[in-house]
Design a protein around this ligand. Structure first.
Ligand code: GLU
Length: 341
């Protein structure tokens, strides 16, 4: 909301600065909600704190790389919002995924984002890769399992996680949830980035690197089937590497959001592979008013067929399962919507 009435806010801020000689550099992006009606200049003093003028008319949905699942699903959600919520135009943008997305939503660079539930939790708690608690966003819904898939070419001879030592391994984009998963899974097998040659890149580039022989393996945490793996598998015989059972036990007990998951051999024409999964979730900026999040949540959940038509994992999204694995506080607008169901 405020991001898109920035010039009005700026003017208001300049007046405030002129009057008080004091400036809040964030311009009220994450704070100062109380001043909001003044900033938008529509405060008629009727005590109605949420007028339509508080809504974000442009909504950016932060997704992931183009060959992942966030990108098409986030685009479908943006389309649903634009088509069904009056006076709101939403668009999906490609990003480095989860860690980047929570940082960007915190910084007011997006209104909605797709993120992993483990990463959202680490961000809200200020742990692992987050130095401080991020409180600028909250949850709408959990969506579908995101599976940690370790992909290698069949003729590479890589059969176990231990075989990755000394190899060129794509560990996800900089600032992705995938990258966090890669380092945790390697660590659970006693391997660090010093023992491999880590390469930071999006899924599509990782698949291309495997195909061209420039990489030996790639970590991909995403819904299945993942486009990048499907396109690789169309040209090469691949394996999905299993994680050792001991490591799975360690990971699921040390980190609260990993669950054991089997990638069925039918998914990519491989052997079954045992690994771990987290959940994809949709989060909203706390700058968005309750009513707007309510309406956007309603639009999405009343048009799940559109999402399902975009990617198979859309079929996992239901009202009933929308709070399973929810790792952070709910946005009041989402809470109201789900309470009513
Ligand atoms: N879960 C991935 C990440 O945050 C992105 C998945 C996707 O793009 O579908 O790294």
């Amino acid at each position: 909301m405020k991001k898109y009435s920035f010039s009005v806010m700026l003017l208001a801020m300049m007046l405030v600065i002129a009057a008080c000689g004091e400036a809040d550099e964030t311009g009220g992006d994450a704070e100062g909600d109380d001043d909001q009606t003044e900033e938008t200049g529509d405060d008629n003093g009727d005590g109605d704190e949420e007028t339509a003028a508080d809504w974000a008319s442009d909504v950016t949905v932060l997704t992931g790389g183009e060959q992942g699942v966030y990108f098409p699903l986030g685009g479908a959600m943006a389309q649903i919002i634009s088509d069904n919520v009056d006076d709101v135009a939403a668009s999906g943008v490609s990003t480095g995924a989860s860690v980047v997305n929570v940082n960007d939503i915190q910084d007011g660079m997006g209104e909605l984002a797709l993120v992993q539930n483990d990463i959202a939790y680490f961000a809200q708690e200020g742990m692992i890769m987050f130095d401080e608690n991020l409180d600028g966003f909250s949850g709408i819904a959990t969506l579908y399992p995101e599976v940690v898939q370790i992909v290698a070419l069949e003729d590479s001879g890589i059969e176990t996680v231990d075989d990755l030592e000394g190899k060129r391994v794509a560990v996800g984009d900089q600032g992705s949830g995938t990258e966090a998963n890669a380092s945790q899974i390697l660590e659970s097998h006693g391997i660090t980035y010093d023992d491999i040659n880590p390469e930071y890149m999006a899924f599509g580039d990782a698949a291309g690197g495997l195909q061209d022989g420039n990489l030996d393996a790639a970590f991909i945490t995403a819904g299945t089937p993942t486009g990048a793996i499907e396109s690789l598998q169309a040209n090469r015989d691949i394996v999905i590497v299993s994680i050792n059972q001991d490591a799975i036990d360690d990971l699921t007990s040390e980190y609260p959001y990993y669950t054991e998951f089997t990638v069925d051999g039918d998914t990519y024409g491989t052997e079954d592979a045992t690994t771990v999964a987290v959940q994809a979730m949709l989060i909203a900026s706390n700058d968005l008013p309750e009513d707007q999040v309510y309406e956007m949540t309603r639009a999405i959940f009343e048009n799940l067929d559109v999402i399902e038509g975009t990617h198979a994992r859309g079929a996992d999204i239901t009202i009933e399962s929308a709070q399973d694995g929810m790792s952070i506080d709910l946005h009041p607008g989402a809470e109201r919507y789900f309470d009513e169901q």
